[in-house]
Design a protein around this ligand. Structure first.
Ligand SMILES: *Cc1c(COP(=O)(O)O)cnc(C)c1O
Length: 357
């Protein structure tokens, strides 16, 4: 056996699965997890699937001090005939490596990790829930493990994949939400880490988000960090507007996370011959279009919710009510198409879906 062959240790103490209507988000985990280690002399080595259990780390482990870490989020769905499908998982592993590059973490072998991920899903397939809207959330992540307080990249890392059955993001179907346009705090700037899925980007957003909740909003719309003018993202989702028949989404500026849902929507719209552009769009321009009655739809996009319609935007005392707080026709069609492809109910001419056999 070589150091790069997958080993599997099965749990002898299987956990009960959650009731199908009571699946909390992200707090229930399956029986097994994937682990692999990195050392300078060995590279990534000892890939293994082991019973889910706590990890032991030195208190000086670098992840605790300087946040050298990256993560991904994707899902496995149960389709008719008990087939298990993943949505564009290779894009997530590609992005994990792009994030790692930004954080000075060594790259993984995407093809090998894809095989290990499929094996993990195969072992845990009974954990993939079947009800509409539910799925098995997949969380790959890497942490720096050197016990060393020097401010420098770690020489050792741990890569892990944990799995969590999740319920429907919206109980009772998708519904438009109220969003606050954030004018004080910044999520990311060009040259920073906004394009990477790395821990600090999320905890640094909590303060703005909790202020928004207090004001009755579900999340914040981030503007660019320099001029506070150009629209970037909503919460942890990319954002789209339909203005006078044309779909607009902010161009990837270096501070925006390149969502796989965003990419899929762009591909679908182009395929449907719906006019769509990726460009800079300022909040002033949006408000002017709103005043002319041209803002027809707005929606956030991401793996968790797929499409999250925006019913209202609040920008420094100015309120924009979008599509009368109703789900737009295009938002609904995109939601139905993507969730249909993910669950195997809609034909997948793009080869987006990977079946775990
Ligand atoms: C993950 C994420 C998204 C959405 O990406 P998907 O690949 O579509 O899930 C958008 N913005 C941020 C900040 C994110 O972390």
């Amino acid at each position: 056996m070589t150091a790069n062959e997958l080993t599997i240790v099965k749990s002898t103490n299987l956990k009960p699965k959650p009731e199908k209507d009571q699946i909390p988000f992200g707090s229930t985990f399956t029986d097994h997890m994937f682990v692999m280690d990195y050392a300078e002399d060995k590279g990534w080595h000892e890939p293994r699937i082991v019973p889910y259990e706590p990890v032991t780390l030195d208190p000086a482990a670098m992840i605790f001090h300087y946040g050298q870490t990256v993560f991904e989020g994707l899902k496995a769905y149960r389709a008719d005939g008990d087939r298990i499908l993943m949505f564009r998982p290779e894009k997530n592993l590609e992005r994990l490596n792009r994030s790692s590059d930004r954080l000075s973490i060594p790259p993984i072998d995407e093809d090998e990790v894809m095989n290990h991920l499929e094996e993990l899903i195969r072992i845990e397939k009974d954990w993939v829930p079947a009800t509409d809207g539910t799925s098995l959330y997949i969380r790959p992540f890497i942490i720096a493990t050197d016990p060393n307080l020097a401010v420098a990249p770690s020489k050792t890392y741990k890569f892990m994949i944990i799995l969590s059955p999740v319920g429907s993001y919206f109980s009772g179907g998708i519904h438009p939400v109220k969003i606050k346009v954030e004018n004080e705090f910044t999520r990311a700037v060009k040259g920073g880490t906004g394009m990477a899925k790395t821990a600090g980007n999320y905890s640094s957003a909590y303060q703005a988000q909790s202020n928004a909740y207090k004001e009755g909003s579900a999340d914040v719309l981030w503007l660019d960090g320099i001029e506070k003018r150009y629209i970037e993202e909503v919460g942890s989702m990319n954002i789209f507007f339909k203005i006078n028949g044309e779909v607009v989404t902010p161009a990837l500026s270096g501070s925006i996370l390149k969502g796989i849902t965003r990419m899929s929507i762009l591909e679908l719209l182009r395929d449907w011959d719906v006019p769509v552009v990726e460009r800079k769009i300022s909040i002033d321009e949006l408000y002017e279009a709103y005043e002319r009655g041209e803002v027809e739809e707005a929606f956030g996009t991401g793996t968790a919710a797929v499409i999250s319609p925006v019913g209202e935007l609040n920008w420094q005392g100015k309120k924009m009510t979008i599509n009368n707080h109703e789900i737009g026709e295009l938002s609904q069609k995109l939601y139905d198409t993507i969730t249909g492809i993910q669950r195997g109910n809609v034909e997948d001419p793009y080869d987006w879906v990977v079946e775990v056999k």
